[in-house]
Design a protein around this ligand. Structure first.
Ligand code: NAD
Ligand code: IPM
Ligand code: MN
Length: 339
């Protein structure tokens, strides 16, 4: 049996805790991984000043997949310059590896605000306000100017939209919603709307809808059943997926796959949540998001049966009812035991 090379970036805060449980569950499937741990994140930065050395990036390119916990210092800490890790490590990986789709599936858990919800957000992952366009003029003066532009290319939007339509065509409801703010962002929104309209002609079986991003925040809370596949830009996708996590049962369940669908290199799998320094070391971190992210990784590697087993074991565990006394490791054990 083949063994997959997986680069593991535990990262900061609860990152290493939840990644350990994800690897425990993958091991229980019998799929063989050859893992390489990469010491990256705030601790490494504070120790060495390094964020993502080029040599490490080159090694990561040679992996079959990357599994990441979370990176980032405690919010408000000044041990690391703002964004140094988020931009210098996570976004750099997304951009350099051209991981242009950020796929974030949500399914409600018992007791959630939306226990029945079942939808996937396809977040464009390489453009928008995240691209880094902008800068300062007259910094530090009373006449300072800061701009942060949104980069939207026809190529970037089209490939993301095509992925979303293909996914919608495969799902039972065949429904796709563009989420944007076309009523105000009339340049970017226009490009997105026209591109989605054109790609739609290739998918006559997929029904279509549109919601403005602000109204989407209402609908996610009040009527998330209207969504099947959402396609949206980078920043809107970031924001609505934290909300989606919260309505589906908690951010600790929200998984993501940063994909290069063309498979030019490894894709990256990580929970939607961050380093959660407020609960590090307490055993309160929910490893479900990391475990589901590992299932997405197995699926991407072609281990579809193992991926389905992990997803099912996780679903069965969740259906067995909430047990707030279970620690991070005990949850990992309970899911691994079901395999
Ligand atoms: P966060 O997601 O780390 O935490 C927000 C809240 O959710 C906290 O109350 C936290 O305790 C809770 N939470 C998060 N994950 C949980 C889990 N698995 N189980 C239970 N509760 C969980 O967001 P933040 O506080 O804004 O960010 C903390 C740091 O992480 C920042 O440096 C930020 O930049 C970084 N961050 C990294 C990633 C990433 O690496 N992918 C994602 C988001 C934030
Ligand atoms: C996420 C995170 C990242 C993002 C940060 C840490 C760069 O919030 O994956 O949702 O904004 O994309
Ligand atoms: Mn986020």
């Amino acid at each position: 049996m083949s063994s997959y090379k997986v680069g593991v970036i535990g990262g900061d805060g609860i990152g290493p805790e939840v990644v350990a449980e994800a690897l425990k569950v993958v091991a229980a499937t019998g799929v063989s991984l050859t893992t390489t741990d990469y010491d990256l994140g705030a601790d490494r930065y504070v120790r060495t000043g390094e964020v993502l050395p080029d040599s490490v990036l080159a090694e990561l390119r040679g992996q079959d997949a990357i599994l990441l916990g979370a990176v980032g210092p405690p919010v408000g800490s000044n041990a690391v310059p703002s964004g140094a890790l988020e931009r210098g490590l996570l976004l750099r990986l997304r951009f350099e590896l051209d991981l242009y789709v950020n796929m974030r599936p949500f399914s409600g858990v018992p007791g959630a605000l939306s226990p029945e919800c079942d939808f996937v957000v396809i977040r464009e992952n390489t453009e928008g306000t995240y691209a880094g366009e902008g800068g300062f003029l007259r910094k530090g003066t009373p006449f300072e100017v800061a701009t942060q532009g949104s980069v939207n290319t026809r190529h970037g939007v089209e490939r993301c939209a095509r992925f979303a339509f293909t996914l919608a065509a495969e799902r039972p409801r065949h429904h796709l919603t563009l989420v944007h703010k076309t009523n105000v962002l009339t340049f970017a929104g226009d490009l997105w709307q026209r591109t989605v309209d054109e790609v739609a002609t290739e998918y006559p079986g997929v029904t279509r809808d549109y919601s403005h991003v602000d109204a989407t925040c209402i609908y996610l809370v009040e009527n998330s059943a209207r969504y099947d596949v959402i396609v949206t830009d980078n920043l809107f996708g970031d924001i609505i997926t934290d909300l989606a996590g919260a309505i589906a049962g908690g951010i600790g369940y929200a998984a993501s796959a940063n994909l290069n669908p063309d498979r030019i290199g490894p894709s990256l799998f990580e929970p939607v949540h961050g380093a959660a320094h407020d609960i590090v070391g307490t055993g309160k971190a929910n490893p479900a998001a990391a475990i589901r992210s590992a299932a997405l990784m197995l699926d991407h590697l072609g281990e579809t049966s193992a991926a389905e087993k992990v997803t099912q074991a996780l679903a069965d565990f969740i259906a067995s009812g909430p047990n707030p006394t279970l620690s991070t490791a005990a949850i990992g054990d309970a899911i691994a035991e079901r395999l």
